[in-house]
Design a protein around this ligand. Structure first.
Ligand code: AMP
Length: 349
């Protein structure tokens, strides 16, 4: 029976641990917060910081291999573990995904479209980049941004670059050109240890306040664009010599093309629908990949819509539980703060 270490104790780790248990795989969570969502479903938790050498060595001693459930795992921690046991996805995927400039350069080198971009390290850089993009653009922190945090949208001349820079500019930034898109979609792809790649169907995503609100499958997308999205995800995982599940987010642009927004080297919120509408979920698929088991059939047996339950939307659970063809999944978080993901529900159509 293999034991798989998971760095990170949130809801993604929780769902990975649940999928692992069904395949007779044990899981050990490394997470500083005791009784975290993942620890509630895993075999064991090591309470410790992600960069604590002692905790990392204890994780390595307890496991056959290590994976992770968030992309901001310190690269040095992954590298330390990789000296004594396999780490999947490869630490290179963390390096690429942790910095939006590195990520876009990597995507462009794979031949994939992204928003145009400039690295911004000073107010002068910001002014020059805004001028290049006609005064519009999305300013983001290069590292550690998520759910729309650490971002500012320049729509016209109304915003004072100096004030925005003062608010965000203590850290390296990127200005992206403003992408006019028809819809946002994502692909969840998996690559096995033998290099085989399988993709779930593209989902169409709606964000509210920068946070994913719903994923609908099938996405309203022409067949050739869906195929391009699969091809893009395949090019990315091949280039990274990847093992595991990855989430790739795209803009379907107004001119009929696709631009990659970002990659997440882990299971992804926009793939939660797979647990209800596919026989093998993204969580099981990831565990199969990292454990060296054959990948599962990613085909979809039902159309569906997944709703995130954010903050006090957790209060709607009784109504969701009463709905037919609806799978409710809660994350075991004690406190419902605004913007906090508390659970999700998937309704089959
Ligand atoms: P991100 O944190 O990069 O996923 O951005 C959060 C959301 O902001 C995206 O899902 C889009 O809705 C929007 N957004 C991000 N970057 C751009 C861009 N360059 N152009 C237009 N909209 C964007």
């Amino acid at each position: 029976m293999k034991t798989i270490g998971i760095i990170g104790g949130g809801q993604l780790g929780r769902m990975l641990a649940m999928a692992a248990a069904r395949l007779n795989l044990r899981t050990v969570i490394l997470e500083p917060q005791a009784d975290c969502p993942a620890a509630q479903t895993a075999t064991r938790q090591i309470v410790g910081a992600y960069d604590d050498d002692q905790a990392l060595d204890a994780l390595a001693a307890a496991c056959d291999l290590v994976t992770y459930e968030f992309e901001n795992v310190p690269v040095a921690a992954a590298a330390r573990l990789a000296r004594s046991l396999p780490v999947f996805p490869p630490p290179k995927a963390l390096e690429v995904a942790q910095d939006r400039v590195t990520e876009k350069r990597f995507l462009n080198a794979c031949g994939l479209e992204t928003a145009r971009f400039h690295a911004v390290d000073s107010l002068a850089d910001l002014k020059a980049a805004l001028a290049a993009f006609g005064g519009q653009g999305v300013l983001k922190t290069r590292r550690l941004g998520y759910d729309g945090k650490g971002q500012h949208v320049f729509r016209d001349d109304a915003d004072d670059p100096a004030a925005v820079y003062a608010a965000l500019g203590a850290v390296p930034l990127i200005l992206e050109s403003f992408v006019r898109f028809e819809r946002e979609i994502s692909i969840i792809a998996a690559r096995g240890q033998d290099g085989s790649v399988l993709c779930f169907d593209p989902a169409e995503n709606v964000h509210r306040n920068g946070i994913l609100a719903t994923s609908t499958v099938p996405a309203a997308l022409p067949a050739d664009l869906a195929e391009s999205a699969r091809a893009a995800a395949t090019a990315i995982v091949d280039a990274l010599d990847y093992v595991g599940v990855i989430g790739v987010e795209f803009f379907a642009t107004s001119d009929g093309g696709l631009a990659v927004n970002e990659i997440a080297p882990r299971v992804h919120n926009s793939g939660h629908w797979t647990e209800a509408a596919c026989v093998v979920s993204q969580f099981e698929q990831h565990m199969r990949a990292v454990a060296g088991l054959p990948l599962g059939d990613p085909s979809r047996h039902s159309d569906c819509i997944m709703h995130n339950l954010i903050g006090d939307e957790i209060d709607q659970v009784p109504a969701w539980l009463a709905k037919p063809r609806t799978l409710v999944h809660l994350y075991g978080k004690a406190e419902a703060r605004p913007g906090r993901k508390m659970g999700h529900v998937t309704t089959l159509r």
